[in-house]
Write a protein that binds this ligand. Structure first.
Ligand code: ADP
Length: 370
């Protein structure tokens, strides 16, 4: 069989862009760069925005259309490049040139376990061999020092190339800085607005983070000035949103997701994380009780066409681990430890997918250094 571009175009005419219902060829989304080399086919799809929620599904549908209507022998998997007309971030990140991926961990509501998830995700990534940093930017209740058993720790200054920098404190393979190291809990209320924003900027730009594969930011719940400061300060690779499965939590999670995808913030959402998905008693690890309803986040993720990165059960040890400063992700032999390891693996996959499928100039993260 000899392949030629029109065959591919005809197949792609069967693929509809869900946002408009029109086919991707007539919408001008197929770039005029189809290359054929034997059975190898490569081309680019152009989206308006790098955080278009339909990127993944349209790429999959385009692959399937070529395999179905041209030939199952065509080598198309992973050969479609995604480009975006509009850049994710106007400026590449100059503040943290040695950091590969910056992940914002957020939630619509307080109390859904965002900080617990951020801590365990950081530990799980470190356990998988990655260099990990965590910035606790939750000015309303900085809880990471406690979760990392570092309540008494105080970061000191180091001189690096003539600059005085704050040295993050480290435990369980995670470098940590928290607004909680610098303020008393009782004073936190005074630290909103510009003061908090400036302090956080300092913890990012004037700290000795060094080389990191993943830099996680534990954001305050909801939507706030801090969110805006963070996206204006850093080239964030993507955000993950933590929610519990009840309707009230989901409504707020949806607001949070819309904030990230909106024009003002414009950060890709890498996925949703369902926390407290079900209750599992330690002595009956196979039993699941859906206290807050079943699969609420899964359904929201499907509706919004974003990945569900993980479902974390309610387990007593998760709460105890947080209070004792020993995150459960340290022990991957437990059900909860495994859940966080799977979550970390899914996140890594999602970040890799984003980075592979966006053309170099449109990448949402910036790889420098090394
Ligand atoms: P947030 O950061 O969203 O305000 P936290 O991470 O502080 O929430 O969690 C709130 C409380 O719920 C903490 O006491 C924490 O230990 C507990 N918790 C969070 N996730 C779980 C879980 N999956 N199982 C059991 N307890 C949890």
């Amino acid at each position: 069989m000899t392949l030629y571009p029109q065959l591919i175009i005809d197949a792609l005419k069967t693929v509809r862009y869900p946002g408009t219902g029109k086919d991707i060829v007539s919408m001008g989304m197929v770039e005029d760069n189809i290359r054929i080399d034997g059975m190898n086919v490569t081309f680019s799809l152009i989206f308006d925005k790098p955080n278009d929620p339909f990127i993944r599904s349209v790429v999959k549908a385009a692959e399937t259309a070529v395999l179905t209507y041209v030939s199952p022998e065509v080598n198309i998997r992973n050969n479609i490049t995604v480009k975006a007309k509009q850049l994710a971030r106007p400026e590449p990140d100059k503040l943290l040139p040695q950091v590969k991926n910056i992940i914002a961990v957020s939630s619509g509501k307080g109390g859904v376990g965002k900080s617990t998830v951020a801590a365990n995700l950081a530990v799980a990534l470190a356990r998988l061999g990655y260099k990990v940093g965590l910035l606790d930017a939750d000015i309303f209740g900085p809880s990471q020092p406690k979760m990392f058993d570092l309540e008494e720790a105080r970061p000191y200054m180091v001189e690096v190339e003539g600059r005085d920098l704050i040295e993050p404190v480290e435990n369980y393979g995670v470098k940590l800085l928290s607004i909680g190291f610098f303020i008393n809990k009782e004073d936190a209320v005074l630290w909103r607005g510009a003061m908090a924003s400036n302090a956080l900027k300092q913890l990012i730009g004037d700290a000795n983070w060094g080389d990191l594969d993943y830099f996680l930011i534990d954001l305050p719940p909801g939507t706030s000035d801090i969110h805006l400061t963070m996206v204006q300060t850093l080239a964030i690779t993507g955000a993950v949103v933590v929610s519990t499965p009840q309707e009230v939590a989901l409504a707020d999670a949806r607001k949070g997701i819309n904030m990230f995808l909106g024009e003002k913030v414009n950060v890709p959402v890498l996925g949703l994380i369902e926390n407290m998905a079900w209750f599992t008693p330690a002595e009956l690890p196979q039993n699941r009780y859906y206290l807050f309803g079943k699969d609420g986040c899964k359904h929201l993720a499907e509706q919004l066409n974003i990945p569900l990165l993980g479902q974390i059960p309610i387990v007593q040890s998760i709460c105890e681990g947080g209070d004792a400063g020993k995150p459960v992700a340290l022990d991957t032999d437990t059900v909860s430890g495994q859940a966080f390891r799977d979550l970390a693996t899914n996140l890594i996959e999602q970040v890799a997918y984003r980075n592979e499928h966006l053309a170099p100039t449109q990448r949402v993260h910036v790889t420098k250094g090394k």
